[in-house]
Design a protein around this ligand. Structure first.
Ligand SMILES: [Fe+2]
Length: 224
């Protein structure tokens, strides 16, 4: 056998995309934004509601991620002291972990049914939002200028809401004229690209608790 190993690394580099599911894959219709009221059962909601205000350990660990040109791809500082990650959660309250995992799986099956894909899921976390915090419109897997962020595989994403005893904190989709006032038990679902920018209005008073859940398409049976 001869040695037949001409490498084409330049060609491969040109073909490279950070996204397996490319931005725009799901189109740009508002129909891809889903709201599910009472997604969390009442009994489970009560347990989560009682637990959230008692959390006294919040993550301060991860480092921000920057592109070569210095662009911030993930701002860890923004989430410091307001994310109860899976490591903390599973240690301080395994029961809550099981409950949240149940609803992450429920959302996984919901996504698979709606979008005709198979998705992988991640461990549960709880985030808190307090007065003075807001989030500018952003996409979950892209920077606002279209470049990839640190999470290019966040293809379809969901948020669970547990409480409403706060002022402000509405979720809004500026391209779709949709404003969502969080309700206990509500879940929302949207694609992760820049056709689905979303932000959170400033929290004016009270504390707002959510679980963000990110899903990655591993098999795609839907129409392009
Ligand atoms: Fe987001």
């Amino acid at each position: 056998m001869g040695n037949n190993t001409t490498q084409t690394s330049e060609e491969n580099a040109e073909d490279y995309s950070p996204w397996d599911i490319k931005p725009g894959h799901f189109g740009s219709s508002s129909d891809n934004i889903h709201l599910f009221e009472n997604f969390i059962d009442f009994e489970d909601l009560k347990v989560i509601q009682d637990f959230c205000p008692t959390i006294n350990e919040w993550e301060n660990g991860p480092e921000s991620v920057y592109a070569e040109d210095g662009t911030c791809l993930y701002n860890a500082q923004y989430w410091n002291d307001r994310t109860c990650d899976y490591g903390i959660l599973s240690r301080i309250n395994p029961e809550i972990c099981l409950i949240l995992e149940k609803y992450i799986l429920k959302m996984k099956y919901t996504i698979e049914d709606i979008f005709k894909v198979k998705v992988s899921h991640r461990n549960p976390v709880i985030a808190r939002w307090f007065p003075g915090i807001e989030q500018k419109p952003h996409a979950d897997k892209q920077l606002i200028d279209g470049r990839p962020n640190a999470f290019p595989d966040y293809d379809l994403n969901s948020l669970f809401y547990y409480n409403d005893d706060f002022v402000g904190g509405e979720l809004y989709y500026p391209q779709h004229d949709i404003v969502v006032k969080p309700k206990p038990g509500l879940a929302v679902l949207h694609p992760g690209d820049i056709h689905y920018l979303h932000g959170v209005k400033m929290i004016e008073s009270g504390e707002r608790f959510t679980t963000p859940a990110f899903f990655t398409v591993i098999e795609n049976h839907g129409a392009q």
